[in-house]
Design a protein. Structure first.
Length: 205
């Protein structure tokens, strides 16, 4: 059975670690003869890091067989790690020219970026759209109203779409990416509302 160096901060019971090792061994056996040993170890390290990354959000004393199996069930199937001529899942080009799944750290950063962009975009777009009317009345300027509706509407569509794309890249595997998806969609709705109000204003309604 292959052994890997310190893949994560958690220390699991032998039975639980055995479940993880079994998945890694399955991947290794499928890649023998098709992928160089160094690349097989790199893939195994990434998969193990991804498993520990998902388990890290749970209390150590609350991690049992069901939790580990649930994480393993969310991973790409072993076939997804085959080279291009035998691939069976979503993969991207790796630094060695072979094809491997996206790195967990890239997905995690995308998820965090999605959540942050989504929250900021939602607050800015919602407040800007809602406050455009009172601000325009305060200054007595129809131009401010028109620019506010269209400006914040356009920002909402662009920023909300960005949050949704980042969440999709992160594959909704953490709270940040889910937050980014929800806030991104809400931002898009506010953006559409702002543009619609701008069109109505331009038509004289």
């Amino acid at each position: 059975m292959m052994t890997l160096d310190d893949a994560g901060p958690l220390t699991l019971d032998a039975s639980l670690q055995g479940l993880i090792d079994a998945r890694l061994d399955t991947i290794d056996r499928m890649l023998v003869g098709r992928v160089p040993r160094a690349d097989r170890l790199a893939i195994a390290r990434e998969v193990e890091a991804q498993i520990f990354d998902q388990l890290a959000g749970q209390a150590p004393d609350g991690i049992g067989r069901d939790e580990v199996l649930a994480v393993l069930g969310r991973l790409d199937p072993p076939e997804a790690y085959l080279p291009e001529d035998g691939e069976a899942g979503p993969v991207v080009s790796g630094p060695t020219g072979m094809r491997v799944p996206p790195r967990p750290i890239q997905a995690r950063r995308s998820g965090q970026a999605s959540g942050i962009v989504g929250i900021v975009a939602l607050v800015v777009t919602a407040l800007g759209t809602v406050l455009s009317l009172p601000v325009a009345e305060l200054f007595g300027s129809r131009l401010i109203l028109f620019a506010g509706f269209f400006g914040f509407g356009f920002v909402g569509l662009c920023a909300g779409g960005t949050a949704v794309v980042l969440a999709a890249f992160a594959r909704l595997r953490d709270g940040w990416s889910i937050c980014g998806l929800v806030t991104g969609l809400l931002t898009i709705l506010f953006g559409i509302l702002g543009l619609a109000l701008g069109v109505l204003f331009a038509l004289g309604f």
